[in-house]
Design a protein around this ligand. Structure first.
Ligand SMILES: [Zn+2]
Length: 209
């Protein structure tokens, strides 16, 4: 049997022929309600192997076919895993693992970029930390509620960017009221404010040059 396709049943073709002949002999013309009520198959792939044709569910088979499957379940109580469903499951699991790895790599990339930006500013004497904004003033422009901002612990003067200490990098006179309450974070989160990140990147580029 080496090199052959995996099958959903361990019954040999000869055993299947025997089983089908037995079903023809025993089934009779009348539906046995008890057999019908107890009817189940292991899985559709297994049922298709036993029937020798695709299995479309209990309402898509004749009484002799139902009887054949009924005795096949007794002859083979624990068939091998259905190959197509198993392969599909393994492919799905591999895909999920790939997606998980990609997400982890992306997160690690963002983390590494952030560390590099922090180090570059720190080397220039500018310490920053990530602070969360709980203020809820939604009506103002350029304001993202609940964002995590880059908070300056030291003043920053690089290029055209001038900021005092103790403000967010995205701080401007017009959005200052929205950024009045910035709370320190302790969970190692990265900044989510894109304006802060943009300023941080351009400041780091100039400082590194
Ligand atoms: Zn910001």
């Amino acid at each position: 049997m080496s090199g052959s396709e995996p099958r959903a049943t361990a019954l040999t073709p000869e055993e299947l022929d025997e089983l089908r002949a037995r079903a023809d002999r025993e089934a009779g013309s009348f539906v046995d309600a008890r057999v019908q009520a107890a009817f189940r198959v292991h899985n559709p792939e297994w049922a298709a192997e036993i029937l020798g044709r695709p299995y479309g569910g209990p309402y898509a088979i004749t009484w002799p076919e139902l009887y054949l499957l009924h005795i096949a379940v007794q002859v083979e109580p624990t068939p091998p895993p259905p190959p197509r469903a198993t392969a599909a499951r393994l492919a799905r699991e591999a895909e999920e693992a790939d997606a998980g790895r990609a997400a982890a790599e992306e997160a690690a990339g963002r983390e590494a970029e952030w560390r590099e930006l922090v180090d570059t500013l720190q080397a220039a004497g500018v310490r920053v930390e990530v602070r969360h904004n709980y203020t809820s003033a939604r009506h103002l422009e350029f304001y993202t509620q609940g964002a995590d901002h880059v908070y300056l612990l030291d003043p920053l003067h690089v290029g055209r960017l001038h900021r005092d200490a103790d403000v967010a990098l995205c701080h401007t006179p017009s959005n200052a009221p929205n950024l009045a309450y910035l709370e320190p974070t302790t969970d190692g989160r990265l900044p989510s404010c894109q304006t802060c990140l943009r300023h941080m990147r351009s400041a780091a580029r100039r400082l590194a040059a």
